[in-house]
Design a protein around this ligand. Structure first.
Ligand SMILES: NC(=O)c1ccc[n+]([C@@H]2O[C@H](COP(=O)([O-])OP(=O)(O)OC[C@H]3O[C@@H](n4cnc5c(N)ncnc54)[C@H](O)[C@@H]3O)[C@@H](O)[C@H]2O)c1
Length: 270
């Protein structure tokens, strides 16, 4: 259902790799709500992913950018303003990658080159995106910037590995930069802490099946899907949430505040 919540609003969406990506669903939903945007992803993902299909569907242009490269980000922001014909109202940072996870390195056996690279891609890149937008005066007043995170930033999920530390950093950046963006530019910055979701990044986590099924059983409303996350993100981009900023917003069907559920008790009862 569309409400025209983003009519006339312009933005940048990072991280649509394939149709399972949270950013892909968000792009479709933003389009349905009347928003226009530039799609971006790392140059390597352009070759592997299906982003062109999404661009055609949503009438969007694609600008490749490695989110760890300040030069790429500056180019992305200035070109986006040219293409969209002015300043930007919304940005989605939907980027994550751990080389330790990919290479099967345990948390107690990290290779620190991998750790540093994963942190740059998954966490520092958000500061780089914010700083680039801030310095370029690229955001309209009452604009909204959202990044995606996971509850492993607060509680231990052993196989989430160094991504837990990256997410803790990401959430802190949202608060710290959110202060300055709010005070100086009237722009809000938030993170959405999303349920486990079957995407390329999600299923890369060891034991993902057990993980997602457990969360489903623990959440009174069940897991939030990628489409649910897209809907929530649209609400945060809209004018209906203008005073929400510097928050880490749990979007998980109630998982984060549930000690134990009846389903889980039954599973362990003899
Ligand atoms: N899937 C889950 O279970 C889940 C749960 C909570 C939060 N999240 C977060 O949601 C976000 C989106 O992930 P997803 O689940 O849609 O998976 P996804 O694999 O579809 O998206 C991850 C994206 O990051 C991009 N990326 C990687 N390196 C990059 C770089 N250097 N520059 C620019 N882009 C780069 C990839 O190309 C890809 O498009 C991530 O931040 C992820 O941590 C995912």
């Amino acid at each position: 259902m569309a409400y025209n919540l983003l009519k006339g609003k312009k933005g940048i969406i990072f991280g649509a790799l394939d149709e399972n990506s949270i950013a892909w669903k968000t792009a479709e939903s933003v389009h349905a709500e009347g928003g226009t945007f530039v799609l971006t992803n790392a140059p390597v993902a352009m070759r592997m992913g299906q982003i062109k299909e999404l661009a055609e569907k949503t009438g969007s242009e694609i600008i490749p950018a490695d989110a760890t490269s300040e030069e790429d980000l500056e180019n992305l922001v200035s070109q986006s303003m040219e293409i969209l014909g002015g300043k930007i109202d919304f940005v989605l940072h939907s980027i994550g990658m751990s080389i330790n996870v990919r290479k099967g390195r345990h948390y107690t056996d990290e290779k620190y080159d991998f750790t540093a690279k994963g942190w740059d891609v998954s966490a520092l890149s958000f500061h780089k995106v914010l700083q680039t937008l801030y310095k370029a005066e690229a955001m309209n007043e009452w604009g909204s910037i959202v990044a995606l995170t996971y509850m492993a930033a607060q509680r231990v999920f052993p196989d989430y590995n160094d991504m837990a530390d990256n997410k803790a950093y990401l959430e802190s950046v949202a608060r710290s930069f959110g202060y300055f963006f709010g005070k100086e530019k009237k722009v809000r910055v938030n993170t959405i802490s999303q349920s486990p979701t079957a995407t390329t990044a999600g299923t890369g986590v060891k034991g993902f099946d057990g993980f997602i099924n457990y969360a489903e059983k623990m959440s009174p409303l069940g897991n939030a899907s990628a489409q649910d996350c897209a809907n929530y993100t649209v609400s945060l981009f809209s004018d209906l949430t203008r005073k929400v900023t510097m928050q880490n917003l749990f979007h998980d069907g109630g998982f984060s505040n549930t000690g134990v559920s009846q389903d889980v008790i039954e599973h362990f009862s003899s």
